[in-house]
Design a protein around this ligand. Sequence first.
Ligand SMILES: [Zn+2]
Length: 418
Amino acid sequence: MCSVFATCPQPPPLAAPAPDRPRYVVTVRVARSFGSVSGRVVVTFTPNRPTDRLVFRLWPNGPPQLKAGSRLDAGPVAGFRVTRPDPTTLVVHLRSPLAAGSHVTVAVPWRLRMPRTHIDRIARFRDGIRLGTFLPLLAWDDRRGWLLDPPARLLAESAATPAADFDVHVAAPRGFRVVATGVPYGGDRFRARAVRDLALAVGHFRLQTTHAGAVTVTVASTELTKRREAAFLADARRALQSLSARYGTYPWRTYTIVVPPDLPTVGIEYPTLSFIGRSRFDRLVVDHETAHQWFYSLVGNDQARDPWLDETLATWGQSRLGSPEFPPVQSVPEFAARHVGAPMTYWDRHPSWYFYGVYGEGVKALHMLGDSAAVDCALRHYVARRAYTIAQPGDLLDELNRFIPGAERRLRAWGIRR
Ligand SMILES: [Zn+2]
């Protein structure tokens, strides 16, 4: 079917990050053995509605990561009473309620025990480590307040955190290189503006860089041939430029692909940084993870409640760059077909069908709308309006309805609801 659009109407300007977003100052000390990492998080928080507590999520204590050997201890928090209702939640009780627009600063010491190895976001590999969602992080949503989703058993990806500023100082063992979310400013210090999480890696990385407009694109790897490094760099640059043209300009100054020695065919997305495994699917994984810079990183979502909102859209973005979609499956069981909008608690019960049910079926649902250019146009408007926020399914449906009449009604048959 041909597109109903000659051109996509100009979207509104990209929404600005909240001026009173959280501000983190983080120290990260990496033990020479790589067996542990510790430091302090000092965060200033300004709620947009009254609250009597701060809720930090300790995602390294989710079931898959605890099982692999991770453990994050946080606290005590000087001057405040804290409680731990479950291993992934630290509540700091304020002495008096905090009014909307007023702020509080707390300092939280933390220590992370590293697993021996792990094919995930917190991992030790030969002569190095990688870390993502590894700090106590505030779980505030401007519209829903504190987010208390249970951790998923299937994947360590349950976080929903507000865009924040991070100033990070890493103390790594001598002779190792540090790469991280944000802009380096010397001495293993990094500043990241309006990002919802932080990833970093320490190892004997070799760096290769190029530019995509104003963005410095870097590939950090330990074992790639020069030729393979150059291919990763070219893929990352091309994906960043094509996705910028489609969904709005990438708004940060750096984009880093980290290729650690131990990852198989997987990618793990973080703001301004993606971990990518080595495989014959390099390009597909780079496309998918780079699309997450728009769908997860710029426009956030509750990854426990609405995992499809970033995974379906990143898979859609990858397919629009020409990378293959999810391979078709002969017979899809009823519980996996047309449950695109289901939460992680549902997919925990059907773990082997999660990828097909959310990534594969989600993209099929969007194709069913019959006009890929109109879907892209809706996504461009969705990004502009919901940038730096935690989006909800209704936000996406509003944009799809605007450009594809009846979109919401038709998507209901695929298990997608506001
Ligand atoms: Zn993904």
